[in-house]
Every structure is written in C-alpha cells, then in structure tokens.
Design a protein around this ligand. Structure first.
Ligand code: HEC
Length: 404
C-alpha cells in the first residue's frame, strides 16, 4: 500500500503524538534547566557525529576519542540526573544506559548515531528546549564580519583551514548536525569546543547567523528546484530548518535542506502559508511552555495573519466546515491566552489547532509519500519519540513501503 493512501491515518497518528506530548509538558522551564538540558543535548549530538571517527565497522580507529565519547554519555547521564523529575525521564535514563552499553560493545556506527540522536531529541522535547529562533533566521551575510574577526584564523576563510582537524566543508560530517547543533557549539555554557573569549559574548541572533554561515561551507552550490519546497514543506520554514539533521532525511530532501538552511532568506516565499502557520504555532507553543505567554501570543497572531489568513479563501472553498472550525479555534486560543486560562487547556488548544492546520495543509495540497515523511520526521522530533513503530515504518525507503 503506498504511503499516500495512509495519509489520513498518519495525520491521526501525528495528532495523537502531538497531543501525547502535551501530557508530558510542564509550562515553565527556567534558564538553568534549559542550559543544563541543552548541554546534555549537545554532548549527545556530538557522540552521534564523532562515533564513526572512533569506531568503524571494522574496529577501533581512535581510542582516545572513543574514551572521550564514553565520558560524554556519562556526563549527559549525570546532567539528566540533575534535571527535574518528569514522566519520561526514567525511560530516557534507560536509553542512555543502552547507549553506553552499545558504545562499550562497539556497536555499528549507524546504530549508535541513531540512538544518540534519538536521546538528544527526547531530552530536548522533555525539557521544552526552544531549538529554533523565535524570529526568522538571519542570513549568513550578517555574520560575515564577525566570522572574519573571530573564527577565520582557526577555521579558515571558507571553513577549510588546512591545520584544522575537522573541516567545516565536509558535507558528510555537516549533514549529521542541525543548525541548532552549530548554534550550541557557539555557546560556551553548552559546548567546550571554544573558550568563552571566542563566543561567550555573542547574542543569540549572532549565533544563529554564524550557524547559518557555517552551514554554507558544506552546502551544495546549486539551489534545489522550487518543486522540492512543495514536496518537503517542513524544510523551508522553522522549526524544520533549525531542528532537522539532513542525514536523517531521504537523499533529495537532504541536499535541499543543506542548501536552504544556508540561505534562509531565499525560503520565505517558498513556504506554503499553512506550513508557515504550523511552524509559528509550534514556536508559540514552545514559548508558552517556557513561560513566555507574550511571545506565545505574538506567534499565534503572526501565524493567523501571515499564514492562515492567506490560505483561508482557498480553504473556505474546499472545506467550509474545517475553515469554520479553524476560525473558531484561533479565536478561542487567542482569548484563552489573554484570559490566562489554565496552562493545560492552552497547550491542548495549541495542539488541536496545530493538528487542524496540518490537516488543512494536506487538503489544499496533498503531499507525496516522502513529504509526509518529512512532516512526520519533524513532528516526531517535536513530539518526543513515542511511537517508535510509526517512526520505523516511516523511515523505510519509499520503494519498500509496499510490504508494510
Ligand atoms: C582558537 C581556534 C578556534 C576559533 C577562534 C574558533 N574555533 Fe571553532 N572550533 C575549534 C576547535 C578546536 C573545534 C573542535 C573541532 C574538533 O573537534 O576537531 C571547533 C569546532 C567548531 C565547530 C564544530 C565543528 C565540528 O565538526 O565538530 C563549529 C561549527 C565551529 N567550531 C565554529 C566556529 C565559529 C563560528 C567560530 C567563530 C565564532 C569559531 N569556531 C572559532 C577552534 C576554533
């Protein structure tokens, strides 16, 4: 059965995932919790990236790096121990034990990469880390002078300094890292690659701009065709561009993301208005959960004005009932935030609205099998990683779905 005909089922499952995530959510996370969690996420992401350099399918390649990665997992586990107790933390602790055991047994690189990245994603979701900027991504151009000043003497003019052990131009390595991973490298409280005199005083916007610039060193030269943006709507907007690791996507989506995330200013016009609305709702919800209801309100209204409103006339023709429902959901949520309704109600309203926006998007422009896969990948990352079975099924290459 082709994936396409499963679309309604998938959307239902995704909705369930999203609503499931609400139950795990706590409305506030203070800065210290966020920094501790982000540090653990960064350690785990680099276990995923570095492990193939330590252990290949044929055996040990670099014993020192191997020990360091074992240490990374230990530190991540002790950071998790310090974080507030939540439903889901025990399971994550077991995942980290499994990861440590796999490394101990020198499991194949692909297996360790997947486990480490899955653990990083769960941790981020469990502690509501905002892994995407609240505003549109800045262009690389914004970081150019800063890069010349602060980074070039170690990493080289174009990221390929001959003396550097790891080149920022290596597409294979860079495809393992999300923009958010680059961002974390530039945050001394989260990553030890640099001394704080290199990047300790940067603003969040400067870090995102540098992350975009770094992504450009390994990006393909040629822009993906516009058609790709319709096929993979989650890749031309936030949070997708910031959160997803290209390596986890189908080939054609991987190359497209490698290019788009390096040229975010070229993506705004490629985004379907409802995809933009879904992304803004996600950002609003994340802001709300971290205790910032002003910014949640701002994103909600932006999603309404710059997303939903543009697609509404077309949707009203296609499906008046869904349009009426969406109109009402938007208004109810707006009012709930203004009235400071209980947080579980507000989160639930966010989830329902978001699920309906995704539904509306599908009605206006049914997506292909691999596009629904990318949506699913994104929402999976967001919604914690419950539903491993769904993930497994979605991960299978398109050609083989006939047997699932
Ligand atoms: C003093 C030299 C130095 C400076 C200056 C420096 N870096 Fe680095 N950077 C490093 C080293 C060393 C690593 C660790 C790489 C490794 O593990 O081999 C690193 C790692 C990185 C990584 C992760 C790469 C990977 O593949 O793991 C990124 C991204 C990065 N730096 C970006 C920057 C940016 C942007 C700046 C400027 C704000 C900067 N660096 C300034 C030395 C430097």
């Amino acid at each position: 059965m082709p994936i396409k005909s499963k679309t309604p089922l998938l959307i239902l499952l995704l909705t369930t995932l999203l609503c499931g995530a609400a139950a795990w959510a706590q409305p506030t996370a203070d800065q210290e919790t966020q920094n501790t969690a982000a540090r653990a996420v960064s350690l785990l992401s680099f276990v995923a990236v570095d492990y193939p350099e330590a252990v290949s399918d044929d055996g040990m390649r670099d014993r020192n790096l191997y020990r360091q990665l074992q240490g990374n997992v230990e530190v991540a586990a002790s950071l998790l121990q310090k974080l507030p107790e939540k439903p889901g933390r025990k399971q994550l602790q077991r995942t980290l034990q499994d990861l440590a055991a796999e490394i101990e047994n020198r499991a194949p690189p692909a297996q360790v990469r997947q486990r480490a990245n899955a653990a990083a994603d769960r941790l981020a979701a469990l502690y509501q880390l905002p892994r995407s900027p609240a505003e549109p991504l800045p262009s690389a151009q914004e970081a150019r002078a800063l890069y010349q000043d602060r980074c070039r003497h170690c990493h080289g003019e174009n990221g390929d300094a001959p003396q550097a052990e790891r080149k920022l131009t290596d597409p294979e390595r860079m495809a393992n890292l999300s923009l958010y991973d680059f961002y974390n490298v530039l945050e001394p409280t989260r990553n030890d690659a640099h001394n704080s005199d290199i990047d300790g005083d940067l603003s969040s916007r400067e870090r995102w701009a540098l992350a975009v610039m770094v992504a450009g060193f390994a990006a393909p030269e040629i822009a993906p065709s516009v058609r790709r943006a319709q096929e993979f709507p989650a890749l031309v907007g936030l949070p997708g561009m910031a959160v997803l690791r290209p390596v986890e996507l189908p080939d054609e989506a991987r190359d497209a993301l490698m290019w788009w995330r390096a040229h975010p200013q070229e993506t705004a016009h490629l985004q379907h208005p409802l995809a933009r609305a879904a992304g803004l709702l996600y950002l609003g919800q994340t802001a709300y959960r971290s205790g910032d209801s002003a910014s949640a309100y701002h994103h909600l209204m932006l999603g309404l004005r710059e997303g939903y409103a543009q697609a509404r006339p077309q949707l009203a023709e296609r499906n008046p009932a869904l349009t009426a429902q969406l109109d009402q959901q938007w208004e109810t949520l707006r009012q709930s935030i203004l009235d400071r309704a209980p947080s579980n109600e507000i989160i639930e309203q966010f989830q329902r609205l978001q699920a309906n926006v995704v539904r509306a998007r599908e009605q206006l422009q049914p997506t292909s099998g691999s596009a629904i896969y990318v949506w699913a990948a994104l929402f999976f990352v967001i919604a914690l990683g419950v539903g491993g079975l769904l993930w497994y099924r979605l991960r299978r290459p398109r050609g083989k779905t006939g047997t699932s």
